[in-house]
Design a binder for this molecule. Structure first.
Ligand code: ADP
Ligand code: MG
Length: 257
């Protein structure tokens, strides 16, 4: 039976660990479930990180969103990662502009997924670092979102903008969208500022903050150059073990252990 959890990893800040989290959580969930990973960032990092050379693919999510390409012919099964991938590359950068005049422009992704949603237990969407039309499409298609946060001074400021955008989306186009949780990424418990920001997050978000913190770990940063999520490349690395724990926390929170 399909569970149909569509989870967006989003934060308009770049370099906070969206792609690293999406890749590693997708790979962990794929050990037990049928998973689709959607790369919604023109930078194509989730595509490269899954071992796909982004400039050689014949069609990408751009063609699905704007050229009516068949999504089934665009999805690539990534055997060594265990999940399917809807890849992206820099063609997607044009989508932002082309979508502006498109009818029902916020619903493009949701409509594209309509025919395949039932094939998957989890659909994971990796967002670009912006509150753009692409991110809006992800928030409209999803029922849950996760916010990776680097515990540093400006982290909370960006968060307020993100949450007010989400609240607009909830009120206008997608009332079923809910915050699954916030992840503390690249966490260094010896750094006083990181601990302070983390305490602020605990105070403001309580149960909505995932208990598992992702430590700063070089293996997480190296893995993309091998075209494999770190949890598959080196499962004993501290970062991999943290993502394994986090994946279990996510499954429990969703009520599917
Ligand atoms: N926990 C971590 N420890 C060390 N490096 C990390 C960690 N998480 C991410 N990185 C690295 O930091 C950079 C930004 O992470 P990334 O996941 O690409 O962020 P985003 O998708 O939000 O832009 C990448 O080079 C990535 O490999
Ligand atoms: Mg990214």
């Amino acid at each position: 039976m399909s569970i149909n959890n569509i989870i967006v990893f989003t934060n308009q800040k770049g370099g906070v660990g969206k792609t690293t989290s999406a890749l590693n959580i997708a790979a962990m969930l794929a050990l037990h479930h049928k998973v689709l990973l959607i790369d919604l960032d023109p930078q194509g990092n989730a595509t490269t990180g899954s071992g796909i050379e982004k400039n050689t693919i014949s069609q990408s999510i751009y063609d699905v969103l704007l050229n009516n390409a068949d999504i089934n012919h665009t999805i690539i099964p990534i055997e060594k990662c265990g999940y399917d991938l809807l890849p992206s590359n820099r063609n997607l950068a044009g989508a932002e502009i082309e979508l502006v005049d498109a009818p029902k422009r916020e619903y493009k992704l949701k409509n594209s997924l309509m025919n395949i949603v039932n094939q998957y237990d989890y659909i994971i969407i990796d967002c670009p670092p912006s509150l753009s039309l692409l991110t809006l499409n992800a928030l409209c298609a999803a029922n849950k979102f996760i916010v990776p946060i680097q515990c540093e001074y400006y982290a909370l400021e960006g968060l307020a903008d993100l949450l007010s955008t989400v609240s607009l989306v909830q009120k206008s186009i997608n009332p079923t969208l809910e915050l699954l949780g916030l992840i503390r990424t690249m966490f260094d418990k010896r750094n006083n500022l990181a601990v302070e920001v983390s305490n602020e997050l605990i105070k403001h978000f309580g149960d909505k903050l995932f208990k598992t913190c992702i430590p700063r770990n070089i293996r997480l940063a190296e893995a993309p150059s091998y075209g494999l999520p770190a949890v598959l490349l080196d499962k004993d690395a501290s970062g991999s073990m943290a993502y394994k724990k986090l994946a279990n926390e996510i499954r429990k929170k969703i009520g599917n252990t």
